[in-house]
Write a protein that binds this ligand. Structure first.
Ligand code: AMP
Length: 448
């Protein structure tokens, strides 16, 4: 299929050309005709497949007809980064359309958003929380929405946004076109799709398996040697764009700092940063000022840097889906990429889950030049936190209570296993306390 077969309005066709797209990706070939016809669409596609343009192009085309100056299309995204990314795509593809798009998300002042909304925009790309603030303050009017897009619906569900989304949908006209995109189709998403989509056309590419342009490898290593192995791998890797994933914000920050200390142009991206700092880190990485970006899963949502050549999982993700999402950052749109994952003994189950999704056994690699025998230090100086000041217990008032069942959640902690408990009991008996979970180990000797 070719782009000219869609018969886009000339200004939209010009956007395709400006973006440098030559042929539609599979999700675009399948979804664009259905969206152009006005059908509801359920798109099963992960990031990196071209799914954004698959809904942006037909929406721009539709908006070329009809009135201007009020919100006609609403895209809901789980994170600010994804919202910004989608907005950027709209700006590039819609440059000649003179349609106006803005982003709406929290963590930044609401006033400029209110001002821009007042100037009459046609497209809003929003995260659920701040959008609800605007709805409650009546600073946005959604009564003339023609198209609603729920992007990365599974991730929004994971982040506890479902109640917010249901409230938002109540504010949007019932007569509308709804497009929903999700990398996976768990039961909750199926139920949501059933509620919000009317006789949808389902389009699906590469169900939950990472792009085939990515080569995968596993690096078995002891927990305490991960940073040394990362440095050794980077030394052997000829690349300007590496994305490293850690399990927690604290670990992202620490690993980032150690890379900088070792002379790399590295930066970490984690939820504790202000929006300005996050944007600065992302822009720096995109433009090549930073060679390595260390991030957590949540912080990395929506990162679209087409030149990422390597994704390195410093810590194993919690689910095979999270693996797919992480790996979706490399090998985008037919470029090739490498996905390296550090595995410890505790990761065996997850390795099996990932191999099931990929449908192949993943190669285990050892670096010849690396000293795998180096003993573990008696104290964890790498990730140990300084002792905390005693804190007063914080209680949420009803007004402060986080929305959603896991709102405010940052990273999951691995459950304590029977083996952990045994170690605890043994060490407690000898008054030496060592707690070791899958991805973390701390030692505290109350006697020393
Ligand atoms: P997405 O899955 O929407 O995050 O897109 C992944 C990447 O593919 C982005 O960098 C897009 O600019 C790029 N892309 C989208 N459609 C095409 C296309 N038809 N040809 C080449 N690149 C594309």
């Amino acid at each position: 299929m070719e782009f000219n077969e869609f018969d886009f309005h000339p200004t939209v066709a010009a956007g395709v050309k400006a973006a440098g797209y030559l042929t539609p990706t599979p999700i675009q070939s399948q979804a664009i005709p259905a969206v152009l016809k006005g059908s509801d669409v359920m798109g099963l596609a992960q990031t990196g497949t071209g799914k954004t343009a698959a809904f942006v192009l037909p929406i721009l085309n539709r908006l070329m007809q009809g009135p201007r100056g009020h919100v006609r299309a609403l895209v809901i995204a789980p994170t600010r980064e994804l919202a910004e990314q989608t907005h950027e795509t709209i700006k590039i593809l819609g440059k000649q359309t003179r349609l106006k798009s803005i982003t709406v998300y929290g963590g930044v002042s609401i006033k400029p958003q209110i001002q821009k909304l007042g100037t009459g925009v046609e497209i809003v790309v929003a995260c659920p929380g701040r959008l609800l603030d605007h709805i409650n303050q009546r600073t946005i009017n959604l009564s003339k929405i023609e198209v609603l897009v729920l992007d990365e619906a599974d991730r929004m569900f994971d982040m506890g946004f479902l109640p917010d989304i249901k409230k938002i949908i109540k504010q949007v006209p019932a007569k509308r076109q709804t497009l929903m995109f999700s990398a996976t189709m768990p039961d909750d998403i199926r139920r949501l799709a059933h509620e919000v989509l009317h006789t949808p056309v389902t389009v699906q590419v590469d169900h939950a398996a990472p792009a085939s342009t990515v080569a995968h490898a596993l690096y078995p290593v002891d927990q305490h040697l991960k940073t040394a192995l990362l440095l050794e791998l980077l030394r052997h890797t000829d690349t300007d764009s590496v994305l490293v994933f850690t399990r927690t914000k604290h670990r992202a920050r620490r690993v980032g700092e150690q890379l900088v200390r070792s002379g790399y142009r590295a930066v970490s991206l984690q939820g504790n940063l202000t929006q300005n700092k996050r944007q600065e880190a992302l822009d720096g990485f995109r433009k090549g000022a930073y060679q390595v970006l260390v991030a957590t899963d949540i912080a990395a949502r929506g990162i679209d840097v087409s030149s990422i050549s390597h994704v390195i999982n410093y810590d194993m993700p919690d689910t095979a889906d999270a693996y797919t999402h992480r790996i979706g950052r490399t090998g985008r749109a037919a470029k090739t990429g490498d996905a390296f994952t550090f595995i410890t003994r505790e990761d065996d189950d997850m390795v099996r889950a990932i191999e099931r999704v990929l449908g192949v056994k993943v190669e285990r690699r050892l670096l010849e030049s690396f000293d795998y025998k180096k003993p573990s230090p008696s104290r964890d100086t790498e990730f140990a936190r300084p002792p905390r000041e005693p804190q007063r217990r914080r209680e949420h008032t009803a007004a402060q209570k986080p929305k959603g069942y896991n709102a405010g959640r940052t990273e999951k902690r691995k459950p304590v296993t029977a083996e952990d408990k045994k170690t605890l009991q043994k060490n407690f008996a000898s008054r030496r306390f060592t707690w070791s979970t899958a991805n973390n180990s701390r030692t505290h000797n109350p006697v020393a």
